[in-house]
Design a protein around this ligand. Structure first.
Ligand SMILES: [Zn+2]
Length: 200
């Protein structure tokens, strides 16, 4: 490492920190950027700056948001009594595509994964409990990924919420590709999984 000097190496290092980008890909992208016309490369830098300056987390559901509340939380036509609990904001996109869900969301911003040192305290679990106490929520649909971390997270939440009165806790039906991510499920399958949810 460190074959290239100064800014070129810095660029390769930064790109290499991105998810799914290994050292070879980082090098390939860096040289692609070096070859680009200056305006094209700077446009990328500019959108990164802009997104970091303008976009943050919805203070209620932890979806991405340009203001205090995201578009879904601001939409009064959404059913506030049903919450779909997902791992990441991108999972909201997957559920929205099914057009089967008219409630609101809660984004945990991750899943329980002891191997990565992620437990409930690193997720937005406390914030979820606060919402249960103040928003008149009647049902929580646990819509975490159908993989080990997602199942562990759903099980943890189901146990945690077992004794909370007047709240129905459901899990999306199996039938989704096991081990996969919600975002890779097609709309029809995910729609059916939502429809076929059961209490856990
Ligand atoms: Zn929101």
């Amino acid at each position: 490492m460190g074959v290239y000097a100064g800014p070129v190496q810095d660029l390769i290092d930064e790109l290499g920190r991105l998810p799914g980008v290994g050292p070879k890909s980082a090098q390939r992208i860096a040289f692609h950027l070096l070859k680009l016309p200056k305006d094209d490369a700077l446009r990328l830098a500019q959108v990164i700056r802009e997104v970091k300056e303008k976009v943050s987390w919805c203070q209620r559901c932890f979806n991405i948001s340009e203001g205090e509340l995201c578009g879904i939380c601001q939409d009064s036509r959404r059913d506030g009594t049903v919450l779909c609990v997902v791992e990441e904001p991108r999972d909201i996109v997957a559920v929205e595509k099914t057009q089967e869900f008219k409630g609101r969301y809660h984004v945990l911003q991750g899943a329980i994964s002891p191997i990565d040192g992620i437990g409930p305290d690193q997720l937005k679990v406390r914030e979820l409990l606060t919402r249960l106490g103040s928003e008149g929520i009647q049902e929580l649909i646990l819509c975490t990924n159908p993989n080990i971390e997602g199942e562990a997270t759903a099980l943890y939440l189901a146990r945690l919420l077992k004794d909370v009165p007047d709240i129905r806790v459901t899990r999306i039906a199996s039938g989704l590709p096991v081990g996969g991510d919600l975002e890779y499920a097609d709309e029809l399958t995910l729609g059916r999984a939502l429809e076929g949810r059961r209490e856990i």
